[in-house]
Design a protein around this ligand. Structure first.
Ligand code: NAD
Ligand code: TYD
Length: 349
């Protein structure tokens, strides 16, 4: 009998990498991908898995209690890997309620369903979260698992709240849970509202490259496949009730990263040196913009033996190549809903 593993948000950026990894590596699992297919969910990300006999997709909104419970009754769910979320900070500033609904209410709906109908004796509820719950850093220091929560954006506040509910279900109901908090991911299939695919798309189309503020904010970037491998390790070996930080040890100032991208794109597009960088445009800073994120991932490295597999130069180049080779994907998701979002968000800046 295959174990039914419910992955939520599997049609999104990170979720699609996790689903593909688990379907291909674990034939004894039946992976059920539950996703509402919001603007960020794209089933084309997983078209290669449609014929797999250990994969099922279900369109479902995690805030819909009766639909979620029906699914838990239909499949005896052994474990949950919960990635479904509203994930973009700028959207959370414009519309915080969606973030409370999906990230907070939706997480509690899933916890409750798992508690009532899941195999909470043997299985586990794995909650995928972000380092943004810890707030912002100055020039020095890194987030550890014991850094106090101090979220600044509606997105990070909603993720912090969901983390607290997961912990509360562990303390109160002894639900077997594990949480990870990861830094910024980059890689294929990321919706081009996030920095890297947005800039690739704009460079290609000779559009302005909107850098917030002075571009001095710092992010730690991890290749999405390495996040998926960390999720695999933590799902199988992480201690219940624990939190694990995941990071790339790879900090970049936004402006430096955009310059690096411009240099690579000049080379790949056969443009003269410095051409793409002419598109850089400084725009009004994001409200409440966290200055710096950096992760101390030593607990995950020493306890569970995980480390990133790919150097940034290599992962970044692969990522750029993927967007250039998958023009159809990029153009597809940048039409329609995305375009109106784009003009609502950037036209006045
Ligand atoms: P994403 O926005 O690309 O994908 C989110 C997915 O969730 C989409 O497929 C969407 O359709 C689905 N979804 C949204 N609302 C839903 C709902 N109400 N019901 C069911 N499905 C719904 O996000 P991502 O970047 O892949 O992030 C996945 C998870 O990882 C999130 O929990 C996010 O907080 C976390 N995370 C992301 C990053 C990052 O750099 N992207 C870093 C650390 C943690
Ligand atoms: P983003 O990809 O939105 O991730 P997060 O806000 O979760 O870190 O942004 C990464 C960094 O890039 C962040 O400091 C904001 C900045 N940024 C820009 O300067 N311009 C942009 O158009 C976007 C989307 C982000």
């Amino acid at each position: 009998m295959k174990k039914n593993i419910l992955v939520t948000g599997g049609a999104g950026f990170i979720g699609s990498h996790v689903v593909r990894r688990f379907v291909n590596r674990y034939p004894d699992y039946h992976i059920i991908n539950l996703d509402a297919l919001t603007y960020a969910g794209n089933l084309a990300n997983l078209s290669d898995l449609e014929a797999s006999d250990n994969y099922t997709f279900r369109k479902c909104d995690i805030t819909n209690i009766s639909e979620v419970e029906t699914l838990f009754k239909e499949f005896k769910i052994h474990s949950v890997i919960h990635l479904a979320a509203e994930s973009h900070v700028d959207r959370s500033i414009t519309n915080p309620i969606d973030f409370v609904m999906t990230n907070v209410v939706g997480t509690v709906v899933l916890l409750n369903a798992f508690k009532q109908y899941g195999e909470a004796v043997e299985g586990r509820f794995y909650h995928v979260s972000t380092d943004e719950v810890y707030g912002t850093l100055g020039d020095e220091g890194k987030f550890t698992e014991s850094t106090p929560y101090d979220p600044n954006s509606p997105y990070s506040a909603s993720k912090a709240s969901s983390d607290h509910f997961v912990r509360a279900y562990h303390e109160t109901y002894k639900l077997p849970v594990v949480i990870s908090n990861c830094s910024n991911n980059y890689g294929s299939h990321q919706f081009p509202e996030k920095l890297i695919p947005l800039m690739i798309h704009n460079i290609k189309n000779n559009k302005p490259l909107p850098v917030y503020g002075k571009g001095e904010n710092v992010r730690d970037w991890l290749w999405v496949e390495d996040h998926a491998s960390a999720i695999d390790v933590i799902f199988h070996k992480g201690r219940l009730g624990e939190t694990y930080n995941i990071g790339g040890n790879n900090e970049w100032k936004n402006l430096d990263l955009v310059h690096k991208l411009c240099e690579i794109m000049d080379r790949k597009l056969g443009r003269s040196e410095g051409k793409s960088a002419e598109l850089i445009t400084f725009v009004t800073d994001r409200a409440g913009h966290d200055f710096r994120y950096a992760i101390d991932a030593s607990k995950l490295e020493t306890e569970l033996g995980w480390s990133p597999s790919v150097a940034f130069d290599q992962g970044f180049e692969k990522t750029i190549d993927w967007y250039l080779e998958n023009e159809v994907w990029l153009e597809g998701v940048t039409s329609g809903a995305y375009q109106s979002y784009y003009s609502n968000h950037y036209d006045h800046r």
